[in-house]
Write a protein that binds this ligand. Structure first.
Ligand code: NAD
Ligand code: ZN
Length: 233
């Protein structure tokens, strides 16, 4: 499909774990996913952090290290190039790996937080922290800082959902890439885009439970984005 840039005022890319798969970040359900190896109850929930913050932070340093060994691919670059030509491109992602930003993409709404931020819930502060090791593990108040990601059992940040929802309701082109569409509330976004009149495209290596909603379903890999989409100014 050719994206005639002038024909679309607001474009939203909605990405999931499949967006990062070719970079080497395992998908949630695929083989090689970390939850086959690590029990989330010990490493990825508030209770585990309250019990043993150091163990949980060490585990997240491992995740950061493994993601830093991965590189963004041509699909990520395609999106950042489009963003340079079009003034209204928003990315709504379920990924916490920061891969979009590593190609210079801006305006990324991270539904499930980021591995590159820490926060203290007592003080309400959030710290950006990129790199293999955390530069700071404790807040000035003395508490351990926790990764600013949505762990098992956590609520999503309502302000972030609202921001994503607003962008999706306003967009006239909605392109979903590499998401199975089963994790809520993100799974409701394609319907939201469709009901508000956006042209909706799905790109995935296989059909999903939500494929029926889309105007166009492309079976293909995120890294090959430029083969299915091109933009004309
Ligand atoms: P998912 O694992 O449920 O689904 C991934 C989807 O991507 C599948 O439908 C699969 O067919 C598709 N896919 C796999 N390789 C692809 C490729 N190369 N190109 C295009 N599509 C491809 O992932 P989800 O829908 O994002 O939901 C899982 C949850 O796990 C999310 O909440 C997410 O936050 C989290 N998660 C994040 C990361 C990350 O940050 N990279 C990784 C794993 C899981
Ligand atoms: Zn604090």
């Amino acid at each position: 499909m050719v994206i005639e840039i002038k024909n679309y005022n607001k474009i939203v890319f909605f990405t999931g774990a499949g967006m990062s798969a070719e970079s080497g970040v395992p998908t949630y359900r695929g083989s090689g996913g970390i939850w086959h190896k690590y029990n989330w109850e010990e490493y990825a929930c508030q209770e585990a952090f309250d019990r043993n913050p150091k163990k949980v932070l060490d585990f997240h340093e491992l995740r950061r290290k493994s993601i830093l060994e991965c590189q963004p691919h041509n699909g990520h670059k395609f999106i950042s190039e489009l963003q340079k030509l079009h003034e209204n491109v928003t990315i709504v992602t379920q990924n916490i790996d920061g891969m979009h930003q590593r190609t210079g993409t801006e305006n990324v709404i991270e539904l499930h937080g980021s591995l590159w931020r820490l926060r203290c819930d007592d003080c309400g502060i959030v710290i950006e922290d990129f790199g293999e090791s955390f530069t700071k593990k404790k807040c000035n108040c003395g508490n351990y800082l926790r990764p600013d990601i949505v762990w098992f059992g956590d609520m999503l940040n309502p302000l972030v959902i609202q921001k994503a929802s607003e962008a999706i309701q306003r967009c006239d082109l909605f392109i979903s890439i590499g998401t199975s569409g089963v994790v809520w509330p993100a799974a409701g976004f394609p319907q939201e885009a469709k009901s508000n009149g956006a042209y909706c495209i799905e790109i995935n290596t296989e059909g999903t439970e939500l494929s029926y909603l889309y105007d166009e379903v492309i079976i293909g890999q995120a890294g090959g984005l430029s083969k299915y989409l091109s933009f004309r100014i």
